[in-house]
Design a protein around this ligand. Structure first.
Ligand code: MEV
Length: 313
């Protein structure tokens, strides 16, 4: 019996959230440690169905919160399956929702890859991004469109002058990601920052500084300088706090990570919940940081080897 599976993974913004909204650069890392698979086969029932941890049933009855996925699947059927052969779609995701890890874009990406593979149509990177964007535009307020880019590649992405570039410095070290257990809200956070900035023009300097820090990290990553990179992450956290998007829980986890030996730590994504990231020099230290974060109430942690993100030789 014919089956096809599409894979995708999470992402985290390494540096540049919020300032990216004001056209400053951002650096984004794929996180293969947290991932999604979408498996397709012919449906034994007469209708196309979806089976996932969030919803199971005919795609015509998907909840409104999944309108982006509904639109995407509709488009995929129009383009790849004009005869409307019913399919059974099974989605398995280990990416938590609403934590700035790109869960919706990753689910979309895995579905797209699964469909193109099942219907044996070649899929270009441009088409993959275009289709992921169909879902992302409906699902959220993610003005920069960063997620759709990074869930589709296995190396870092640089967002600069409102364009996306492959960013492939030779990486080392480990990234620890910890979930605060609280969902963030991108729309609220972005609006809150805009109001904060508009209240006093001097505050725009915080955005400019985040932009400079991102430029510095671009250089320090390229120079394989993890110490400097970590220091910039920590400074960015102070600025994000000044912008009002940190929380006591985020602050606490950042302190815990640094005390456990991280080279630097900050929130990632929109803030007001979501995840933190911490940079660690080696696996041993990453394990120690992750354990300390769990001890202090992180809902879940991931350890991502950065070497794994280097282009294959
Ligand atoms: C949200 O994941 C990141 C923000 O910078 C918004 C965006 O870039 O679209 C807060």
């Amino acid at each position: 019996k014919k089956k096809a599976t599409g894979h995708s993974h999470a992402k985290v913004i390494f540096l540049g959230e919020h300032s990216a909204v004001y056209h400053q650069p951002a650096i984004v890392f794929p996180i293969p440690q947290a991932n999604v698979t979408a498996t397709l086969q012919a449906s034994p029932q007469g209708v196309t169905t979806i089976h996932s941890q969030y919803y199971s049933g005919p795609i015509t009855d998907l909840p409104a919160s999944m309108a982006g996925i509904t639109a995407l699947i509709k488009k995929l059927h129009q383009e790849l399956n004009p005869q409307h052969q019913p399919v059974a779609l099974e989605i398995n995701s280990t990416i938590p929702l609403g934590r700035g890890m790109g869960s919706s874009a990753a689910i979309a990406s895995a579905i797209i890859r699964g469909y193109f593979s099942f219907f044996e149509v070649p899929l270009s990177r441009a088409t993959l991004t275009e289709y992921t964007d169909i879902e992302e535009k409906i699902t959220h307020g993610n003005p920069s469109g960063i997620d759709a880019q990074t869930v589709n590649v296995s190396h870092p992405i640089l967002y600069e002058q409102q364009q996306f570039f492959d960013f492939t410095p030779l990486l080392s070290g480990f990234l620890v990601i910890a979930d605060t257990g609280v969902a963030g809200n991108t729309k609220t956070a972005v609006t809150q920052v805009r109001e904060f900035l508009e209240a006093d023009p001097v505050r725009q300097g915080l955005i400019t500084r985040l932009g400079h820090l991102t430029e510095m990290v671009k250089t320090s990553l390229t120079n394989q300088d993890l110490i400097k990179t970590g220091q910039s992450l920590t400074e960015a956290q102070a600025i994000l706090t000044a912008l009002g998007v940190s929380t006591p829980k985020i602050e606490q986890l950042v302190v815990v990570a640094n005390q456990a030996g991280a080279l630097g730590a900050k929130l990632t994504g929109s803030g007001l919940g979501g995840c933190i990231i911490a940079l660690a020099a080696d696996y041993h230290s990453a394990k120690r940081v992750a354990a300390a974060l769990t001890d202090h109430g992180a809902a879940q942690t991931w350890i991502q080897s950065l070497t794994e993100l280097n282009p294959e030789e």
